[in-house]
Every structure is written in C-alpha cells, then in structure tokens.
Design a protein around this ligand. Structure first.
Ligand SMILES: NC(=O)c1ccc[n+]([C@@H]2O[C@H](COP(=O)([O-])OP(=O)(O)OC[C@H]3O[C@@H](n4cnc5c(N)ncnc54)[C@H](OP(=O)(O)O)[C@@H]3O)[C@@H](O)[C@H]2O)c1
Length: 303
C-alpha cells in the first residue's frame, strides 16, 4: 500500500517541533521520528518523570537528539499559558503538533471547570495554538497540526450543554471533541489564509493504533495489543501526524490519515471527512464559543 510513512520524513535539521502528549503513544512515535531526522523536539507533557523517561528512550535510539520537556497540562489553562510563554522564548517554532488527548474518562472537569474531553482535546489546544500563532508566524512555512479521529464522524456538539451539566455520555463526548478538532483546523486554515498569514493549519487522524488511549475502558484494554497486530502499532499510528507536520506537499487545510481498511490502518494520505467537519457555520460558532469560554481571542478575523 503506498502512502506516507516515517521513512518519508526528510532531514529536519534546524527545525523545531512542539509535540503535545509526546511521552507515549502516537506523540512519542512522532517525537522519536522527528528527532531521528535532526529536529529539535519539545515534548509538551504534564508529567515531568514521564517526559524524562521518554527523552531517555529517544536518546537510546538517537544519542544526539535535541530534546526538551515543555511542561503542559491541557486541563489547566494557566499551564497552557505558561507553556506558550516558555515556547515563545525558543529561537523558532516550525510546527505545533496538537496530539495529546483523552478518551472515555468518567465525567470529570478541567481546572477551569470544563468537561474533561472537550477541555483537554479541544479547548486546551485551541488556547495553545492561539497563543503560539505570533511565534509560529515568525518562521516561514510554519504549521499547526490538529489530531482528530474517525470518531469525528459520530460527533454532534450539544451547544446547549457543552459543559455536560445536564447529561454525559463518555463515548459521545469523545466524538464531539474530535468533531471540534476538525472544525478547529478547518476554521483556523480559512482565517489564516484570509489574513495572508505564513502559518498553515492541517488535520490528521491515526486510524486505530495500539496506545494507552484505552486506559479508561476497563477490561476492554486487553484488546489493545490486538490493534497493534491487526491495525497499527503506535509508531505506525504516527505516520499521519508526521505527514501533516513534515511532508512539504501536505496541503494547507488538508486532512491526512491511513489509507487502508476504511481509514483504519497503513501509510498516510488524504483522508475522508464528514460534511459537518467542513460546515462553515458550525466552525464559526465553535470558534466564537471557544474564545468566549477560554477568554482567549486568537486575533484572526473570519474569512
Ligand atoms: N490510538 C488510537 O487508535 C487513536 C485513534 C483516533 C485518534 N487518536 C488520537 O490520537 C491522539 C494521541 O492519542 P494516543 O492514542 O497516543 O493516546 P495515549 O497513548 O493515551 O497518549 C495520550 C497522550 O496525551 C497526554 N495527555 C492526556 N491528558 C493530558 C493533559 N491534560 N495535558 C497534557 N497531556 C495530556 C497523555 O499524557 P499522560 O501519559 O501524562 O496521561 C499522553 O501523552 C489523541 O488526540 C487521540 O484522540 C488516537
């Protein structure tokens, strides 16, 4: 099956990537591949010990890897602001890979009181991206990558109860957060183009990959190794993120994912998205609501 894999990542010397959730799973695979190609990689993780362990593992593979831990808890907007401030002190940021995510937790909330999946998977990345846009814009060819999922197809945002005050289905809220990811990069791309910005926004999804994402599904976690055998291991699950982040021919506003088994496995290429994921009205509404909820205005006029 043809398509983009880690072998297609060209030399990245002199470039700097932020990868959120880089201590494990897909983020770790992406960080390892990028550093093996000479990139500086900031591992944006909430747990310093896990980040240190991940950096040690990468250095076993690439002894000269240029790595640093960027403390980031997406469930706390103060932490997101602090991370953006630290990252702004870097000489350059070429790509922000919004990868970190949480799936199917019991009802829980971020520090600011947002439902956890919407908060960590969408609002945190919305704020991090918004605050880093000026820094990204200093570097020609810079990109924002947003990680969604096949689950976006079942997304149906409950505008009257985004904070899950009245009802909570852990599976539906995950799908909703992944539809929010689609709408985020769709709207961001349109606004960046309208503003003539040098930054582009690109989406990706990993298909199905054996990672720690199943940590909240109880006994069903036992099936995770099977995903690795039949579908993608974590490194293969990183191929779409690598294409979105580092393929010079990736399209602004494009969406990349595995090409095999209905988008579930294999090398990366252009992926399918639903009509709702490209609905300009929904995207505009989510942008405005996200800015209202977080108090962060990304400073880009509607297209
Ligand atoms: N695996 C799949 O089949 C699949 C399918 C579709 C989409 N995705 C998407 O792919 C992305 C990566 O998931 P994965 O499969 O690699 O899962 P994973 O192995 O569970 O990794 C998730 C990463 O996100 C981090 N994270 C969670 N909450 C965070 C927070 N509050 N602040 C900062 N980081 C946080 C985790 O850090 P800790 O280790 O500290 O918790 C971990 O590094 C997610 O966006 C997910 O929705 C995955």
């Amino acid at each position: 099956m043809s398509g983009f894999t880690d072998k297609d990542v060209a030399d990245q010397s002199g470039r700097c990537f932020i990868v959120t959730g880089a201590n494990t799973g897909i983020g770790f695979g992406a960080a390892r591949s990028l550093s093996a190609r000479g990139a500086r990689v900031l591992l944006a993780c909430r747990d310093a010990a896990k980040a240190d362990d991940a950096m040690a593992q990468i250095r076993r593979h690439t002894p000269a890897a240029d790595l640093a831990h960027l403390p980031l808890d997406l469930a706390d907007l103060d932490s997101v602001r602090a991370a953006a401030d630290i990252a702004a002190g870097e000489p350059r940021i070429d790509v922000l890979v919004n990868n970190a995510g949480v799936m199917f937790p019991p009802l829980s909330r971020t520090r600011q009181g947002f439902e956890l999946q919407f908060g960590v998977n969408h609002l945190g990345p919305f704020v991090l991206t918004s605050l880093l846009l000026p820094k990204l814009a200093e570097t020609p060819g810079s990109r924002v990558v947003v990680t969604s999922s096949l689950a976006h197809q079942r997304g149906n945002l409950d505008w009257d109860d985004l904070n899950a005050e009245r009802s909570y289905s852990r599976t539906q809220r995950y799908s909703d957060s992944k539809l929010a990811n689609m709408l985020h990069f769709f709207e961001l791309d349109r606004r960046l183009r309208a503003a003539g910005s040098p930054v582009t926004a690109i989406g990706c999804h990993p298909g199905v990959a054996a990672t720690e994402l199943m940590r909240h599904v109880g006994p069903f976690r036992v099936f995770t190794p099977l995903f690795g055998l039949l579908l993608n291991n974590a490194d293969q699950g990183a191929w779409p993120a690598l294409q979105a982040a580092a393929d010079p021919s990736a399209e602004p506003g494009g969406y990349y994912g595995p090409q095999g088994m209905n988008g579930m496995k294999g090398p990366s290429g252009t992926a399918k998205r639903t009509q709702a994921a490209q609905d300009a009205g929904l995207a505009l509404r989510l942008w405005d609501v996200s800015a209202d909820m977080t108090g962060i205005d990304p400073g880009l006029a509607p297209a």
